[in-house]
Structure formats: structure tokens, C-alpha cells
Design a protein around this ligand. Structure first.
Ligand code: B12
Ligand code: SF4
Length: 500
């Protein structure tokens, strides 16, 4: 019997997300597990995203671990599915306390308590609150109502939401995530690292500014320690910084790259930046530290749309960033969205045109549909932005599916636009005009006699059944090898420069 068992639910539609859903272990659960173990509790975890039979695997896991507390990680799109998993889990473990945490329930906590039947909901980051609640529930130390950052129902049904917990400032004080609880070799990208939290900007479609609040970062030494730990323990040599924007603190990003370079570790990595942060010096430093890809949010080719979404970038910065990054032998990966409240068919066409232009230059591109996730300024201001929600089903809230119409476009227009773009991309790759799989995540979405094609747009809903498809054994066995590392070392001459 263990004290706590964490469950990361599968993605509801593996046909669309399989490749991505098996990408990385859930770091949030890893952090909580490490904290709880340090506090003397026994912890187990299961990631159903890499399970071929999620329901029986979850039941076996609960039977084996017999936890006193079970905790679920909730994103918006798997909220509905997780409610069903919780019902099954409660049949298996009727006396076990049920916790919920993650971005969705941090905002929709009342439904999680009253509708879904969770006993405690954790709001925002939960490293310290989880230890405090476990100490109350397992050791009788203190009272729930005195713990900041949670919500629960009293016996008479009164909802108690305790004061919001201040986000942890000293990230170096946190232990490394307990990755040993997961089967690291089942992930495509086992080497995800969160080296900073939060973002100083407030793009209206992004949850970072309200979920993670202030920008905070770990020291380069602490981050490099995690890289070394993963390399030495599991042989991981490919890393992905999942920070909202890795280069927000430029000096720190440079220092991390420098430490990797000077260590001589044979590792490669990629990260997220912004086109307005891209300078030749910064990019050269990252490249010389073995960075091989930079992801950058462009979102739209229309300046009016960009301004209204508070993205604060310009189109010439996009072209300049592509030039700089490509010239250093790295891959720029630009992400775009269609369906912003101010988008029109014309602005969306311009966005798709800019995407194609970037692809022709050799950049990777990724197109998604703007989705109003709970907690985002967009979701909180639907009326202000002139948005009419067309679905209340949380499972529809994924980036490949439209959720609303505006006075400028209908929901179906977006569906068609994304589908046509995905098909064009597929055809270009199959015709050998593009040789860049990372730029075409759509290609991995399903098998077709002629290769891979994106899923057809569909309005079909089947809310009555538990929609977990069984996945074939396509999960890679061990993929901790360095992918397309394109660094041209000779071209990376370091120059003296002033600190930014
Ligand atoms: C890496 C990542 C991915 C990776 C890997 C996911 C994984 N296995 O971890 C991939 C690429 C697969 C992915 C996919 C998607 N993602 Co994603 N992803 C992220 C990202 C960048 C980092 C996640 C992370 O590791 N965070 C670090 C940890 C420390 O934070 P955390 O997970 O929130 O955990 C803390 C708390 O939430 C809480 N907590 C978490 N779980 C639990 C459980 C319990 C019981 C408790 C008590 C507390 C608790 O405590 C933790 C520690 O403080 C986040 C953005 C972000 N900054 O978090 C987006 C993010 C989570 N993703 C998002 C989205 C939308 C998606 C997709 C739906 C996109 C799509 N393709 O359509 C898919 C969904 C896939 C699925 N499984 O269903 C949104 C979620 C919004 C929402 N309301 O649901 C986010 C927030 C991005 C954003 N800014 O919009 N994602
Ligand atoms: S989209 Fe990027 S830059 Fe904008 S708020 Fe989110 S993390 Fe920050």
C-alpha cells in the first residue's frame, strides 16, 4: 500500500495526438512526487499516455498500489475523460481520497469538486501545498482550511477556496522531478526540462500569465545539474526546454549553453524563444552550445491581429529570425494560429502564405487553431472579443479543432483552412519538395495506403462512451539518440561581446 498514487490520463484522441502524447513524461507529477518523497511519503505514478490499454492498466496500477490518496493531472481536453477514469478508480478504491491538479481545474475547480467528485483541487503550482495537504490527510497534522492554494467542499457542501498561494520564487530549492517513476525509454522526448516558469508577456490566448504568474528562473548550475543527472542516469542526450520562453533572461540562456559546450557532453537540445529576442549573438551562443532548433511563436501575418492579441512582434522580425537561425545551421520552427477573434479570411490567407514562405526558406512550421482555454484573457473576455462559443464540450478544446465563430468567420471555415493547409503540407512532403518531418506534425496523425495524411475534419461527437482508443505498439522502444544535429561547428566562431 502506498501513500499517494498519481495518474496522468491519456489524450482523448490518440489518432490525432499519439505522437505528441507519448512525447514526454508529465513533469508536474514528477515534481510533486519528488517533494512528497522528500517529506517521507511513499509515491507511485502511472502515465496512461504511454499505455496501450489505459483503463485496465489504471485498474491494475490501483490494485497493485492500493493508495490512500490518488491524484489526477488535468488538462482541458482530457477533463471529460478523466471524470470517467475517476468513476472507475472509485469503484476500485472506494475509500481513497481523490486529488485533482493541473491547468484546467485550477480555474474550473468548482465543477471538479461538485460535478466530477474530486475531494481536493489544487490551484496553480502545487509543490508545497501537496505536501501540506498530504500531511493533514495522512498524518493528521493541521487543517485543510489553513493551506493556501486549494479548494474543497465542507461536509455541508460549502465550497472553501483558500487564498491563492504565492508562486515559488526559489525554483532552485525544488528537487528534480522524480522521472524514475516513469518508463523513460517509452518516450520520444524523455529529456524535457522546465528551467523557468511564467512569462512577463500576456498574449490573450495563453494561460501562462495567469497560471504561472511572475517570471521566475532556475540558475544555470541547477539546470545543467539536471542535464548531467539525466545523461548519467538514463543516457538521455536530447533535451527540450519546455519553458514558455527559454530566452526571456538572455544572459542565463547563454550561460546554460556555455556550460553545456564546456562540459563536452555529447548532447543536443532545443528551446522556445521569441522572434524579437533573436539576435545573431544570442543565437550563435545557443548554437555553439549544441542547440539545434529554436521554436518561435509568430501566430499571424497580420499586424492588426498580432497587436490585438498582445503578441508585440513584427513580421520583419520573423524573416530576420529565420535568416539568422538558418545561417547558424539550426532549425527555426515557427508556430502559427488561425482563428484569432480579429482574424478574417483575408488575414488567415496571409498567415498561411507567410507559413509557406518560411517553409520554402527551410524553416519548420506548425499551424493550430486559436483555442480559448480557461484562465486565458481570451476566455475571460469572450464578449469583449466578439467570440461566440460553439461547443461547451471540453474535449473539443485542442489546437486542431475550432471552438467558436466570430462576426468575421464561422467555425467550419477554420476547420477547412487547417485541413487544406495540412493536406498541402502532406502533399509537398510526399512529392519530395520538403524533407522536414519536424515541420509536419500532421504527418504523424494516421496511416493511409499512400503514406500519412491528416485526420479529416469531423463534427461527430460521441459523448456517451469512454473514448479511449487502443494504441498499436507504435511506441518507440528506446529513442534516446541525438536527432538531426545540424550544427556546423566550423562556422561557429565565438566573438567577444557585451552582456545583454
Ligand atoms: C510540455 C508540454 C506538452 C508536451 C508534454 C506533455 C506532458 N506529458 O507533460 C506535449 C507536446 C505532449 C503537450 C501536448 C499538449 N498540450 Co501541452 N504543454 C506542455 C508545457 C509546455 C509544459 C508542461 C510542463 O511540464 N509543465 C511544468 C510543470 C511543473 O507544471 P504543471 O504540469 O502545470 O504542474 C504543476 C501544477 O499544474 C500542479 N499539478 C499538475 N498535475 C497535478 C496533479 C495533481 C494531483 C496535483 C495535486 C497537482 C498537479 O502541480 C505541478 C507542480 O507545480 C505546458 C505549458 C506550461 N508552462 O506548463 C503546455 C500545456 C500544459 N499544454 C497545453 C495544451 C493545450 C496541450 C495540447 C492540448 C495541445 C494540442 N496539441 O492540442 C496537448 C494535449 C496532450 C494531452 N496529453 O492531452 C496547455 C494546457 C491548457 C489547458 N487548459 O489544458 C498548456 C498549459 C500550454 C498553454 N500555455 O496553453 N504539451
Ligand atoms: S504566448 Fe509566449 S510570449 Fe505570449 S504570454 Fe504565452 S508564453 Fe508569453
Amino acid at each position: 500500500m502506498v501513500d499517494l498514487a498519481f495518474i496522468s490520463p491519456p489524450t482523448p484522441s490518440p489518432a490525432e495526438h499519439s505522437e505528441y502524447s507519448v512525447m514526454a513524461p508529465p513533469l508536474g507529477i514528477g515534481y510533486l512526487a519528488a517533494m512528497l518523497r522528500n517529506a517521507g511519503h511513499t509515491v507511485e505514478a502511472i502515465d496512461l499516455a504511454v499505455s496501450h490499454n489505459p483503463v485496465p492498466d489504471m485498474i491494475d496500477f490501483l490494485r497493485r498500489t492500493q493508495p490512500k490518496i490518488m491524484g489526477f493531472y488535468l488538462l482541458t481536453q482530457n477533463y471529460y475523460l478523466t471524470q470517467k477514469l475517476l468513476k472507475l478508480a472509485k469503484v476500485q478504491c472506494p475509500d481513497t481520497i481523490a486529488w485533482a491538479g493541473g491547468p484546467h481545474v485550477s480555474y474550473e475547480y468548482e465543477h471538479a469538486l461538485r460535478g466530477a467528485g474530486f475531494d481536493v483541487v489544487f490551484i496553480f503550482e502545487a509543490e508545497y501545498s501537496s505536501v501540506e495537504v498530504a500531511n493533514v490527510q495522512l498524518r493528521g497534522e493541521g487543517k485543510l482550511k489553513n493551506i493556501a492554494g486549494i479548494a474543497f467542499l465542507e461536509e455541508d457542501g460549502t465550497l472553501i477556496k483558500t487564498p491563492t498561494r504565492e508562486r515559488e520564487r526559489t525554483l532552485d530549492a525544488l528537487p528534480y522531478p522524480a522521472r524514475d517513476l516513469f518508463s523513460i525509454n517509452r518516450y520520444l522526448r524523455p529529456g524535457t526540462i522546465m528551467s523557468s516558469r511564467g512569462c512577463p508577456l500576456k498574449c490573450i490566448f495563453c494561460v501562462a500569465s495567469t497560471f504561472e504568474d511572475a517570471y521566475r528562473y532556475r540558475s544555470p548550475e541547477n539546470v545543467f545539474g539536471e542535464i548531467k543527472h539525466m545523461y548519467n542516469t538514463w543516457g538521455v542526450n536530447d533535451f527540450y526546454f519546455v519553458d514558455n520562453v527559454f530566452t526571456t533572461h538572455r544572459g542565463r540562456a547563454r550561460k546554460i549553453a556555455q556550460m553545456i559546450r564546456e562540459s563536452g557532453l555529447p548532447v543536443g537540445w532545443y528551446c522556445v524563444s521569441r522572434v524579437d529576442y533573436v539576435t545573431p549573438q544570442l543565437m550563435q551562443d545557443l548554437a555553439s552550445g549544441n542547440c539545434y532548433r529554436i521554436e518561435l511563436g509568430v501566430e499571424s501575418a497580420d499586424l492588426g491581429v498580432i497587436d490585438n492579441m498582445k503578441k508585440h512582434i513584427k513580421i520583419d522580425q520573423v524573416r530576420r529570425a529565420a535568416d539568422i537561425i538558418l545561417n547558424l545551421g539550426m532549425q527555426p520552427m515557427f508556430t502559427f494560429q488561425v482563428g484569432h477573434p480579429d482574424d478574417t479570411p483575408k488575414s488567415m490567407e496571409a498567415t498561411i502564405k507567410l507559413m509557406r514562405e518560411m517553409r520554402e526558406q527551410g524553416a519548420g512550421t506548425y499551424l493550430s487553431i486559436t483555442t480559448p482555454y480557461p484562465g486565458t484573457p481570451l476566455y475571460l473576455g469572450l464578449e469583449k472579443y466578439g467570440v461566440t462559443l460553439e461547443t461547451q464540450d471540453w474535449e473539443d478544446y485542442r489546437w486542431s479543432n475550432p471552438t467558436y465563430s466570430t462576426k468575421n468567420f464561422k467555425r467550419d471555415y477554420l476547420r477547412r483552412a487547417v485541413f487544406e493547409e495540412a493536406q498541402a503540407l502532406t502533399e509537398a512532403i510526399m512529392a519530395g519538395k520538403l524533407k522536414d518531418p519536424p515541420s509536419a506534425p500532421w504527418l504523424r496523425f494516421g496511416k493511409h495506403p499512400n503514406g500519412y495524411v491528416p485526420p479529416r475534419p469531423s463534427n461527430k461527437r460521441d459523448p456517451g462512451t469512454l473514448r479511449i482508443e487502443e494504441r498499436q505498439s507504435e511506441t518507440p522502444s528506446r529513442t534516446v539518440r541525438l536527432p538531426v544535429l545540424q550544427i556546423k561547428r566550423d562556422s561557429l566562431r565565438r566573438k567577444e561581446r557585451s552582456p545583454c
